[in-house]
Structure formats: structure tokens, C-alpha cells
Design a protein around this ligand. Structure first.
Ligand SMILES: Nc1ncnc2c1ncn2[C@@H]1O[C@H](COP(=O)(O)OP(=O)(O)OP(=O)(O)O)[C@@H](O)[C@H]1O
Length: 261
């Protein structure tokens, strides 16, 4: 199966409610192309990263503009149906039934996502192997550590063998060893899929992401490589270290977008 890109075209999105019929604009004319491999989505708290990921995985629909998953336009019901087969999603917080085994949890995810019942066991075993979690298959979910649980969540999202994997802050709350392990798993998955993850961690982007998008003031203010983002720092201080150069580039970018919006 080939690679699949994600295209976001001129998307507006507001959360609307009974008392806010026009809503609060979160995305305003956001456009972005996510290529195969691993891409990071960054942006300040409240910028709309989770909102944008929800639109990409068809949990919400834009009020204007469109989202394409491969050739499928998710604003149409048929396009949404086809797109969902191609998508796996790991939300920032997810609940798993503590009394189920890991194998049953991932088999169930496969079945929910359309894998025929007789193939679910094999699909689960394959997905667990992909995330280095085959040895956890017989464990009850309630006995897992945070890092193990995160890998099982990723396996559940992979159980129907999607071409695209979307992860919302996948390394939050993991200790440094587990974070490295999660990065290794995600990098491996990105070798044959389109992987998009949101993160606040500069090290995640530096070590893992071939490309990065920065969301600010309702749109993708930057898309390019990590090195290109870093170069925005226009390093006037030769003593500045690697990490802080990135923070500097990032701050300048956000300030520039804030001034023009
Ligand atoms: N269900 C909702 N109803 C109304 N407003 C919401 C809802 N979810 C998010 N928002 C608002 O939309 C804006 C974007 O939120 P979102 O969670 O997408 O940002 P984020 O970039 O993921 O933030 P963080 O980095 O803190 O996780 C915020 O102002 C938030 O308060």
C-alpha cells in the first residue's frame, strides 16, 4: 500500500454553542500539507493543535475550507468513510478497560475498525509487535506502566493497519527512558507511514520529525524542516546553545505572526 498525504486547505473552525452561536474562532484560513514520514505540530498552549488534529481524523468538521486524506475529501460522507480506514488516532488522554488483557484490548480495537473477527487476533499480535509490546499481550491493562500503556494505545490505533497515524502529545508524562523508547517506535512507524504528532517538546521535534508545522494565530505560520525553523533564529549570539536557538526562532515566529494577524 502506498503513502498517503494530508492536505488542509484554507480551513476555518470555531467552537459553537447555544450561547455562542458564532463561536470562538480557533482556526482561520489554516493551510498545510503533511507529507509521508514523521511530522511534528507545535504551537503555544491553546493555539488549536488538538482542534486541528480532531478535524484531520474526522472527529469534527471545518466550517470553511477542506481536508483531504489522500484523495478523499472528508467533508463528504463517502470521503469520510474511506478516510477513516486510512487513519489511526491516539488522543492525548484515552481510557482502556483495566480488566481486559492487552491482546483483547487491541483485538477489540481491530474489530471496531472493521477487521473481520477471525483476523483480529493476528492483527493485534502484529500491531503489538510493531510497538515492541508483544511481551505484554497476556497482561491485564490495569497492571501496565505509563510507558507500556502508551505503547498499547498506539497498537490499538494501528490494529487496522492504517496508512496515517495521528498522535496528540504522545510523550507527555513519560520518563526519559520511556520517552526515548516511544520516539524509537514512532520513528520506525514513520518509515512506512504518514505520522503526525503534536508536541511541546523541542527534543521530540529535533530527534524525530523530518518536518514541522507551527500553529499560531489560527493558521500554520511555518512549515518546513527543523533546521529551517532553527535558522529563523538568525543566530546573532554565537554562544547560544542548540535548544535555546530553537526556542528563540519559535518565539520570533510567534511574535511575527501575532503582529500580522
Ligand atoms: N470543546 C471545546 N469547546 C469550546 N472551546 C474549546 C473546546 N476545545 C478547545 N476549545 C478552545 O479552543 C482553543 C484551542 O484549544 P486546543 O485544545 O485545540 O489547543 P492546543 O493547541 O491543543 O492546546 P494545548 O497545547 O494546551 O494542549 C482554546 O482556546 C480552547 O479553550
Amino acid at each position: 500500500m502506498g503513502y498517503v498525504r494530508i492536505v488542509v486547505e484554507n480551513v476555518d473552525f470555531s467552537y459553537r454553542g447555544l450561547f455562542r452561536p458564532r463561536g470562538k474562532p480557533v482556526l482561520r484560513g489554516a493551510s498545510w500539507t503533511v507529507e509521508p514520514g514523521v511530522t511534528g505540530l507545535m504551537g503555544p498552549n491553546g493555539a488549536g493543535k488538538t482542534t486541528l488534529l480532531s478535524l484531520l481524523v474526522t472527529l469534527a468538521a471545518p466550517q470553511h475550507g477542506r481536508v483531504l486524506i489522500g484523495e478523499h475529501d472528508v467533508s463528504r460522507p463517502a470521503g469520510r468513510r474511506e478516510a477513516r480506514r486510512l487513519l489511526g488516532f491516539v488522543p492525548q488522554r484515552f481510557s482502556l478497560a483495566g480488566e481486559l488483557t492487552v491482546a483483547d484490548t487491541v483485538s477489540y480495537a481491530a474489530w471496531v475498525n472493521g477487521v473481520p473477527r477471525r483476523a483480529c487476533g493476528g492483527a493485534a499480535a502484529g500491531a503489538l509487535a510493531l510497538v515492541d509490546a508483544a511481551a505484554l499481550a497476556a497482561r491485564k491493562v490495569r497492571t501496565l506502566s505509563g510507558g507500556e500503556r502508551q505503547r498499547v494505545g498506539i497498537a490499538a490505533a494501528l490494529a487496522h493497519d492504517p496508512r496515517i497515524l495521528v498522535l496528540d502529545e504522545p510523550t507527555v508524562g513519560l520518563d526519559p527512558g520511556q520517552r526515548l523508547r516511544a520516539r524509537e517506535v514512532i520513528a520506525r512507524l514513520g518509515a512506512s507511514r504518514t505520522v503526525l504528532l503534536s508536541t511541546h517538546l523541542v527534543e521530540d521535534v529535533a530527534h524525530l520529525c523530518e518536518r514541522v508545522g507551527v500553529l499560531a494565530a489560527g493558521r500554520i505560520a511555518f512549515q518546513g524542516t527543523f533546521a529551517e525553523l532553527e535558522a529563523l533564529a538568525e543566530d546573532s549570539d554565537p554562544g547560544r546553545r542548540y535548544g535555546s536557538a530553537f526556542e528563540h526562532a519559535y518565539d520570533r515566529l510567534i511574535a511575527r505572526v501575532g503582529a500580522t494577524s
